[in-house]
Design a protein around this ligand. Structure first.
Ligand code: 0RQ
Length: 501
């Protein structure tokens, strides 16, 4: 059966090349896509070609691009390489785009993922000209069945002047029923409480809505999501995953967590995936998740019968796991719900449900400030993503990283973080392969002693202790958070000058 069953919209089917004639240089374009899932597959490539032709004629061609989160080489990659992206928000993880941002060609507005939709509604980014949204089907009445992510699609469809739809039949038709799109969003002062009390509760509709008169083109595709493989767990990530699971056990034994824990959030990356895998082999049962991304490890937990309910905004699966999911999609129905990212990452709900948040980091300083985004204070890696939405509002948060990077020449525990995404006031538990530092309820100096002792690599531990001791000695009247300002960032400087911290 055709995936485009709406009579009005079926008359609008065109090629991607024809579709992109509706996008003009200078436009603000909102595309679907979140962590390599549910992004348009053909239109971005055709847009890149169009821009290259314009550049070949010495004509200017550039756009602002808004998405849900990171996408894929067929979207961020081709557009960055073609030099089309003037401004990009709210999250990315593409190598070509990272180069464009770090070389100053693309302006990057790195925002909390729960904020991007409301900031677009507030008008902070200017009017949205075009939405390009992937869906898995169009129903006879014109309602849209989303695909493997919801992200910001609802907001882009509502705000944009014109809409281009990509209908991707690679996604199973059985995606219908996996989504919950909330249409009650109001701007202040008209906001109402979100009545969401457990991860699988429905508060919206299974479909995205679009005004059919705004749709200028419908493009048919049959192409997979990005579906990158995960690294096999190494000793370090297994050790970190063990520390997290042991810590959760400890919290249960002290009656600070129920036996089936609280809803889990797990960030992207190999360590987060390893933690989920570790839970599969643990005694914990009846788990739930209120998260943004479903990685392989969460599907493993569902398959093992340990995880009964997952709310997210997107998948981020390996090719093997995506194929398995697509084949057995019916068996996951009623256990997974995909929501808009303004709801999956909503502070109100994260606080109410009491989430356990587990996210990666680049570095942390001895006082607990966490850098999730920048190398040596200046070079962006990915972005803050949802880590701030979850960490600040969580019942319990973990920041996890190997204690060193780049084969040991960089310490992930430093005197002073070279960039701060999560302040010392937000951080609860730091985890490296060396151990766990529970910072809850501690003063800055007590935190510093614990972080150095429990988390730093032995090769850097004594030097950190020496820095701290001298900072304490140097500030008889500044004992709250003692620093040696001239030395605070000297480890980073030393790395830049000598290739070693
Ligand atoms: O680079 O592969 O070139 O060697 O950073 O590091 O250790 O493989 O860890 O994949 O878990 O990513 C913080 C980047 C960790 C991620 C970060 C280099 C390291 C490597 C990756 P190479 P690892 P991970 C939900 C939550 C922010 C967004 C977020 C992230 C590369 O977790 O982007 O949490 N978080 N979102 O070598 C120099 C250091 C370094 C360093 C690591 N101190 N100095 N380089 N690296 N530490 C998801 C969403 O929001 C969508």
């Amino acid at each position: 059966m055709s995936r485009i069953r709406c009579p009005i919209l079926s008359t609008k089917v065109v090629t991607a090349q024809q579709a992109v004639t509706h996008i003009q240089s200078g436009d603000r374009v909102g595309m679907s896509g979140f962590t390599g899932a549910g992004y348009p597959k053909k239109v971005p490539g055709a847009l890149a070609e169009r821009a290259k032709e314009a550049h070949g004629r010495n004509e200017d061609f550039g756009i602002d691009l808004w998405t849900g989160a990171s996408t894929a080489p067929e979207l961020d990659g081709v557009l960055a390489e073609a030099g089309v992206l003037r401004r990009r928000l709210p999250f990315q993880s593409d190598p070509a785009l990272r180069r464009a941002i770090n070389s100053g060609l693309t302006e990057y507005v790195d925002t909390h993922l729960s904020h991007s939709a409301q900031q677009a509604w507030f008008g902070f980014y200017g009017p949205l000209n075009v939405a390009v949204v992937e869906v898995s089907a169009i129903l006879p009445n014109g309602l849209l069945v989303p695909s493997s992510s919801v992200g910001n699609s609802k907001t882009w469809l509502d705000l944009a002047d014109i809409v281009i739809l990509e209908v991707n039949k690679w996604h199973p038709r059985a995606y219908e029923g996996f989504h919950d799109v909330y249409y009650g969003t109001r701007l202040p002062p008209g906001r109402r409480p979100l009545q969401l009390l457990d991860p699988l509760q429905r508060i919206g509709d299974p479909y995205l809505r679009v005004d059919p008169h705004k749709v200028v083109a419908v493009v048919e595709t049959n192409a997979p999501d990005r579906n990158l493989p995960f690294k096999d767990s190494d000793d370090g990530s297994r050790a970190m995953a063990d520390h997290v699971v042991d810590f959760l056990r400890h919290e249960v034994s002290h009656n600070r967590l129920p036996e089936n824990l609280l809803p889990l959030q797990s960030g992207v990356g190999n360590v987060a995936n390893a933690v989920m895998k570790n839970l599969t082999h643990s005694e914990f049962e009846g788990l739930t998740a209120y998260t943004e991304v479903i990685q392989d490890g969460m599907l493993d937990l569902i398959d093992a019968g340990k995880l009964s309910a997952v709310s997210a905004t997107s998948f981020s699966l390996s090719a093997e796991r995506a194929a398995h999911f697509n084949q057995h999609i019916e068996s996951y129905k009623g256990r997974i719900l995909l929501r808009a990212q303004e709801i999956s990452n909503h502070p109100e709900i994260i606080r109410r449900l009491g989430i356990i948040a587990i996210n990666g980091m680049v570095e942390a300083d001895i006082y607990g400030n966490v850098n999730s985004t920048h190398v040596m204070g200046s070079t962006i890696i990915n972005g803050i993503g949802g880590s701030g939405d979850f960490a600040r509002n969580a019942f319990l948060n973990f920041f996890v990283s190997p204690s060193t990077a780049k084969h040991g020449v960089i310490s992930a525990i430093v005197p002073f973080a070279s960039h701060v995404d999560h302040t010392e006031h937000d951080t609860h538990v730091l985890v490296t392969e060396q151990g766990v530092a529970d910072l809850r309820g501690l003063s800055p100096t007590a935190r510093a002693r614990k972080v150095i002792h429990r988390c730093a690599h032995p090769a850097y531990r004594d030097r950190l202790q020496d820095y701290f001791d001298r900072a304490v000695a140097a500030h008889p009247h500044g004992q709250h958070t003692p620093h040696l300002l001239r030395e605070a960032l000297s480890w980073h400087e030393h790395f830049q000058e000598h290739g070693q911290m």
